[in-house]
Design a protein around this ligand. Structure first.
Ligand SMILES: [Zn+2]
Length: 688
């Protein structure tokens, strides 16, 4: 929830093989420094449809490339970052780096991904030992151990916000809720291959069609693995996942951290979640010695554990075999990879074709050796001058926030004081981290992509569990420099703004201040405001879970935010699908706050001088248009539906509609009652 962009843009229900980002050229116009006037549709009234007013011509002339689910500003920058990363990897590979060095690992990992002929020649043999191990499971005790062996550090509740793992459960290692100075293990529900419980339980023709195609996909994958009777097995796997989905919390329930703060000792698992042999599970997971965990969704652990006992062993073995082949489908022979894409790419995201292989290769390297590449990326593409300029802008935004908090009429002085302390102790990372991840425990072998991904995920898991109980590094980053995104880390009271987002069209040192504050300023403001939002209000300046708000403050905040949730509930991208105002609330609050603070920062930056007019637009107009241009996007229907159902971020069109709540927008565009986006002053939500 805390990252700026939807993580669905990054991964499609699979940690290792992503299908979304593409190199296809879009037609984003960046001919001048400042707002892209040629992207606007000035035949649309700003007050009727600000999104199309700012982006209409771009939307009309842009085609979604066949290999992606959506196209937007973000994807243009992301393409650039991928291209640069690919070039760096190619250079690294050419330099013939010494054995054992990180550079050698980068080169071998990338080349092993690109070696399609080698992958074809090996066939399913890399999978064989793992399938044999599954076939050899004799009883539920052994099943528990094998389930434990599948545990990976593949979820992230509060930073990059990923609640999904196809493994039975997922691990997130982060500062403890109750002791933020030390790392704790958070365990989260899992077991579903589809993105969320709604895909199993939701009504409507669209969902039913997806479920039918999913079952056919499972049967096809099992058939490719050589299983007998694949249709019957597929039907039992879907039935099991349906039962698992019934035990899961919804996305908006997941975001309530007070419901998530449940410490369970190992004996609590046995008492509260009987069914799974927990001793064997934790033995398989290599965590027998870990005394306690924070269990995010206790009822899912109880429910899933009971299903281990009540569901036949053979069904679990089929489930394991299918999940294995699906996780690695992208690095197995073409027949498997194409079947996987046919379902996850085409059916789930509406994408017609796979991204070019080199881009998927970059993504694999970014996922497993992200800092090794990021270090070189930062040296090449983020100058000390760019870093210094961005730091000044962040400092201005923090001053703007400080003033806004000071001026709040509704907030109690004690609460204000803690909010100011949070601002003072906030760590803002700009461009790249101060220390880099160590990949010495990750063995990369030339020509072995299956093994490399297996060992890479395992090495990451082992690095994570080795940190349990150790002191927290509050300056640790959770994004790589080459990532086009930004993130708030509530348990560390920290923000990361990677180098790759600090460039045009989000940030352009040659553009007017109105543009930069409207574009990247609102992003910075968004991240800062997460420090004070529904979840930020639960963490104090040290990152501890402590309610530092008075009941009256909280009441005001809840009233204002309920109004915002209701506003977003009214948006309907499809006749049968509305936005979920509660699910997207924290992100929408951050957008309202971000734009308010950025507007202050912008006006302060003028230091009393009149704003320069550009292309006939006033400073305030440029500011709001730049903000709405952040959100120009063209998604495929399936991808948009997936976002609405599973993402805490509203689709771009509705993020740009945030302007309805800002008084200055009405003045800037002379918006009057009767125009479609008009809100009466008392209906405009003001939080900060
Ligand atoms: Zn956010």
């Amino acid at each position: 929830m805390k990252s700026f962009f939807s993580y669905l843009r990054l991964v499609v229900a699979c940690a290792v093989v992503c299908n979304l980002v593409s190199s296809a050229q879009d037609s984003w116009a960046q001919e001048a420094h400042g707002i892209a006037v040629t992207n606007m549709d000035r035949s649309v009234k700003a007050g009727d449809d600000f999104y199309r007013y700012a982006n209409g011509e771009w939307i009309k002339r842009t085609e979604i490339p066949a290999d992606r689910a959506a196209i937007d500003v973000w994807s243009k920058l992301s393409d650039l970052s991928n291209q640069r990363t690919a070039d760096l990897i190619a250079e690294i590979a050419k330099s013939n780096p010494p054995a054992g060095s990180e550079s050698r690992k980068v080169a071998d990992l990338y080349n092993s991904y690109m070696d399609e002929a080698g992958i074809e020649a090996k066939g399913l043999s890399p999978l064989r030992p793992h399938l044999d191990a599954i076939a050899a499971i004799h009883d539920k005790r052994e099943l528990a151990r094998v389930l434990g062996e599948t545990l990976r550090a593949d979820v992230d509740a509060l930073n990059n916000t990923n609640y999904h793992t196809p493994n039975l459960f997922g691990l997130w290692v982060a500062p403890g809720f109750n002791d933020s100075d030390h790392y704790a293990g958070y365990l989260m529900q899992g077991g579903l291959q589809l993105p969320d419980r709604e895909y199993y339980l939701g009504g409507g023709d669209h969902m039913r069609a997806i479920r039918e195609q999913y079952q056919a996909h499972i049967a096809a994958m099992l058939k490719l693995e050589g299983f007998s009777d694949p249709e019957a097995r597929a039907s039992r796997i879907v039935e099991l996942e349906h039962a698992i989905a019934q035990t899961h919390r919804t996305l908006s329930e997941n975001e309530d951290i007070h419901k998530a703060n449940n410490t369970w000792t190992q004996s609590d698992f046995r008492a509260k979640a009987p069914g799974l042999d927990w001793d064997e599970y934790f033995r398989g997971a290599g965590m027998s010695q870990v005394e306690s965990f924070i269990v995010w969704q206790p009822e899912a652990f109880t429910g899933e554990s009971a299903l281990v006992a009540s569901t036949p062993l053979e069904t679990w073995k089929d489930w394991l075999a299918f999940h294995l082949i699906d996780a690695y489908g992208g690095v197995l022979p073409k027949a498997v990879a194409e079947q996987r894409f046919a379902f996850f790419g085409k059916v789930l995201s509406g994408t017609a074709q796979q991204r070019p292989r080199w881009q998927r290769g970059v993504f694999v390297v970014d996922g497993l050796l992200g800092d090794a590449v990021g270090q070189v990326y930062a040296q090449h593409y983020f100058s000390p001058e760019a870093k210094a300029q961005a730091e000044t802008m962040v400092a201005n935004m923090i001053v703007a926030f400080r003033k806004r908090i000071e001026a709040l009429s509704w907030m109690n002085p004690a609460t204000k004081a803690e909010a100011q302390t949070k601002l003072s102790t906030l760590y803002v990372g700009i461009g790249y981290p101060e220390t880099w991840h160590d990949y010495s425990n990750f063995e990369v072998k030339a020509g072995d992509i299956f093994g490399n991904i297996w060992r890479g995920d395992l090495a990451d898991y082992q690095r994570q569990i080795a940190r349990l109980g150790k002191p927290v590094d509050k300056k640790e980053w959770s994004m790589t420099p080459q990532t086009v995104n930004a993130v708030n880390l509530p348990l560390q009271n920290a923000l990361n703004f990677p180098a790759a987002i600090l460039q045009p069209p989000f940030y352009d040192p040659k553009a007017p201040a109105a543009f930069n504050y409207g574009a990247v300023g609102t992003i910075i403001g968004h991240e800062i405001s997460h420090t004070f939002d529904t979840e930020g209000s639960a963490f104090d300046s040290k990152g501890r879970v402590r309610n530092w708000w008075t009941p009256e403050d909280l009441k005001h905040f809840e009233t204002a935010t309920t109004q915002l949730a209701a506003q977003y509930d009214t948006y309907k991208p499809f006749p049968d699908l509305s936005l979920n105002g509660k699910q997207t609330l924290a992100e929408n609050i951050a957008d309202v706050a971000g734009i308010s603070a950025a507007l202050d920062g912008y006006r302060a930056s003028l230091a009393g001088k009149p704003a320069p007019v550009q292309d006939g637009f006033s400073g305030d107009q440029q500011f709001f248009i730049a903000f709405a241009e952040n959100w120009g996007e063209k998604p495929r229907e399936a991808a948009l539906r997936q976002q609405v159902m599973t993402d805490s971020h509203s689709p771009g069109e509705y993020r740009s509609a945030t302007v309805r709540n800002i008084d200055a927008w009405y003045g800037a565009f002379d918006v009057k009652a009767g125009e479609k986006m008009y809100l009466a002053p008392e209906e405009r939500v003001k939080i900060w």
